[in-house]
Design a protein around this ligand. Structure first.
Ligand SMILES: [Zn+2]
Length: 153
């Protein structure tokens, strides 16, 4: 099968993931892969930087995070946008094993060749963010509706 995506420099931030062929609404694009870490493991590995905006952690459910820097794939390079063309869908494990829940990035609308993929991170922090933390999560997506932050709400 033809490759659907490539990673290259992004106007939003660092690297991004770009479509190599047209993608259709609802198309399942990439699983967000990586090691599952519980809260204690996240604290042990990352300490304060876990909430700094400089990790590849994806909040999977109440117990687990996915660490895209460990066993991850291209999905970890997808940037945040306040006007995204993709969404992150969580597929709950049928046997209720929270460690086995999965995340798939799906197209929210039709995406053209060369368009950068994005989804709304809508980060929920476990603490009330201070100014320095807000700055770390500042958004540069450039959308007219940009809320200025990757944090939820
Ligand atoms: Zn934005």
């Amino acid at each position: 099968m033809q490759r659907r995506f490539s990673r290259r420099r992004s106007a939003i931030h660092g690297y991004g993931v770009f479509a190599l062929r047209p993608l259709h609404v609802g198309e399942r694009l990439l699983e967000y892969r990586g090691r599952r870490l519980d809260q204690a493991e996240v604290s042990a590995r990352f300490g304060q930087s876990a909430i700094s905006g400089h990790t590849f952690l994806f909040s999977l459910n109440a117990r687990y995070h996915i660490d895209g820097s460990d066993g991850g794939n291209l999905a970890r390079w997808i940037n945040h946008s306040c006007d995204p063309n993709c969404e992150a869908m969580i597929y709950v494990d049928i046997n209720g094993d929270e460690r086995r829940d999965r995340v798939y990035i799906q197209a929210l609308r039709a995406i053209d060749i060369g368009e950068e993929l994005s989804f709304d991170y809508a980060i929920e922090l476990s603490v009330v963010p201070q100014d320095a933390m807000r700055a770390a999560w500042q958004c540069g997506c450039g959308a007219p509706c940009c809320r200025g932050s990757m944090l939820a709400g």
